[in-house]
Design a protein around this ligand. Structure first.
Ligand code: NAP
Length: 526
């Protein structure tokens, strides 16, 4: 059911201030109108989250895992209504949204298994050494504990997998943190359906209602008030650089500053090494254009920059990519605002003296259409004007021609932080790639060979992060099981009597988890 409610735990509230979402394919407003949460709702949600925290933090891994599995099933149980509403609100096709729902549910289930397994607790025991000389060693026991209530901001481009029950929510709930979601105004109906499913899972799992609240709204003030609330202990965000930085500033200015894990902008460089380019330039061009235009290019991992050595092989690649792009159709973008930003970014590159427009995609039909764009420039010009490296969110990319490997290395070293970098290599390129690899590793969170950056596997080894501005904290990831660490902190218990030692680090190992004892890894008894 969608009725435009604010969800404060189990309680559905309405407000007088309303907003509507827009079908980007037609530009028409969708019904119903949604309540805009105000300061009172933020206060109520944060109070409830804080009240729920001690009990939620203390439940066993088994119970928390079962709750995450229940939440996953509740999302599936919404059925087709969720897919239909998400299609209307985002312009994304059915197959993409069904895949995204599977990813969202899979993500919750992955975290359920991670929680049960217990490695995230990092249970570590250094037993007392009473006879050690010259001083005895105390009994030291360390484990990770959840930070407290977390605020989550979803992105417009993944209305399921990076939104209300997306990776930030799943990882925070897995860590034992209650979550207050600021709903994205571009997909409030989709958001409400998922929020109701999570709230129902909280209730049916017998957990305190404040474990999850949902605040729809369309003002910056709402998000700012939430991040400023003293009961919020950390923030997960995916979206624009401006939005992420605004929240980082608010969090830093609080009486008690808190971490903000903001995933923001990235242009995901692709480096074409000479042997690979010579051997398969036209094939690379075709697969590059497929990655560039997928989903109207509205992926944080979209390949927005291609770097190669100037010469006939790069000429052939650029010509083939231009031809492939001309053969693509346009696609509806997520919101009129994102479409306007795309047009502005493409217009700036097209009008730049040092940039040549290689090709545009096929003409658009309908509202808010992304018509793909491919540009080229020289490394010299690219290095001279940092604006050429700005993210243009959508299917736009620029090829940078380098005179030699030294200039290519200079371009790579000058890049801003990125989520990904891709190298296209053949065996003969490996020595040259080895030279560039350390430079790339310094700038990015994930390096991939002979593929394309779009498509992020939700797995244990995944890193979806990177130095600024890809994210506000490069030490972690927003996709994959490692994301749970963002919402935990280590606490050491020294010389506590057995009755006060938490189960995870007690002598009996009641939770049956793997632990490190006196420096040695002890496997789980299970
Ligand atoms: P966005 O405009 O940054 O919005 C994300 C969320 O943050 C929304 O809930 C928004 O709600 C809130 N917000 C934005 N600015 C705020 C501020 N100054 N203070 C408080 N809250 C704020 O991102 P988007 O709508 O998803 O996409 C817009 C742009 O983000 C794209 O053009 C693209 O450049 C970038 N983007 C990047 C990624 C990525 O993964 N790197 C993904 C998607 C989008 P309110 O507007 O209601 O405040």
């Amino acid at each position: 059911m969608i009725d435009g409610s604010i969800l404060i735990g189990a309680e559905a509230r309405q407000s007088d201030t309303r907003f509507t979402s827009v079908d980007p394919a037609t530009g028409e407003a969708l019904q119903p109108a949604f309540s805009s949460a105000g300061a009172e709702a933020v206060d109520a949600a944060c109070a409830l989250a804080e009240a729920a925290f001690p009990a939620y933090a203390a439940i066993t891994p088994e119970r928390r895992g079962a709750f995450l599995d229940t939440a996953a099933q509740a999302i599936l149980d919404i059925g087709d209504e969720l897919i239909v509403r998400a299609m209307q609100e985002t312009g994304l096709p059915r197959a993409r949204l069904e895949g995204e729902r599977a990813r969202t549910v899979g993500q919750l289930r992955l975290f359920a298994s991670v929680v049960r397994q217990g490695d995230w607790l990092d249970a570590t025991i250094d037993p007392a050494l009473p006879d050690r000389q010259p001083l005895p060693r105390p009994d030291l026991r360390r484990m990770n504990l959840p930070l407290g209530p977390v605020a989550v901001f979803g992105a417009s481009n993944f209305p399921l997998a990076f939104s209300v029950a997306g990776g930030d929510t799943a990882s925070a709930l897995a860590a034992g943190c209650p979550v207050v979601v600021k709903g994205h105004p571009a997909h409030p109906g989709t958001g409400e359906l998922v929020a109701r499913a999570i709230a129902a899972a909280v209730a049916s799992s017998g957990l305190p209602a404040g474990v999850f609240s949902y605040l729809p709204g369309e003002t910056n003030a709402l998000g700012g008030t939430l991040v400023a609330d003293p009961r919020i202990n950390a923030v997960g965000f995916t979206g624009s650089r401006g939005g992420g930085l605004a929240l980082v500033r608010i969090a830093a200015a609080r009486a008690e500053p808190i971490p903000v894990y903001a995933e923001m902008s990235s242009i995901n460089p692709v480096i074409l090494f000479p042997a690979a380019l010579a051997a398969r330039g036209p094939a690379l061009a075709t697969s590059f254009v497929a990655s560039l235009t997928m989903g109207a290019g509205q992926f944080c991992t979209n390949p927005g920059l291609v770097i190669g050595l100037d010469g006939p092989d790069l000429d052939a690649f650029v010509a083939a990519a231009g031809q492939a792009l001309q053969g693509t159709g346009s696609a509806t973008m997520l919101t009129p605002g994102i479409h306007a930003a795309f047009e502005k970014g493409v217009g700036a590159l097209a009008g730049h003296d040092a940039v040549r427009t290689v090709a545009r995609g096929g003409p658009g039909d309908g509202a808010n259409q992304a018509v793909g764009a491919l540009f080229e420039t020289s490394a010299e010009q690219f290095l001279a004007d940092s604006a050429l490296g700005n993210e243009v969110f959508g299917s736009s990319s620029i090829v940078v021609r380098c005179r030699d490997t030294a200039e290519l290395a200079k371009v790579v070293a000058g890049l801003e932080g990125q989520l990904t970098a891709t190298i296209q290599i053949d065996p003969a390129d490996e020595a040259a790639a080895a030279e560039i690899l350390p430079l790339l590793a310094r700038r990015v969170g994930r390096i991939l060979a002979n593929g394309w950056p779009t498509g992020v596997e939700v797995a244990h080894a995944m890193v979806h992060g990177g130095p600024f501005p890809a994210t506000s904290d490069s030490r972690t990831t927003s996709v994959g099981s490692k994301a749970i660490e963002r919402f935990l902190r280590p606490v050491c218990f020294q010389n506590l009597p057995a009755s006060l030692i938490p189960a995870a680090i007690g002598d009996a190992n009641e939770w049956g988890i793997a632990r490190r004892i006196d420096g040695q890894r002890e496997e789980s008894p299970n």
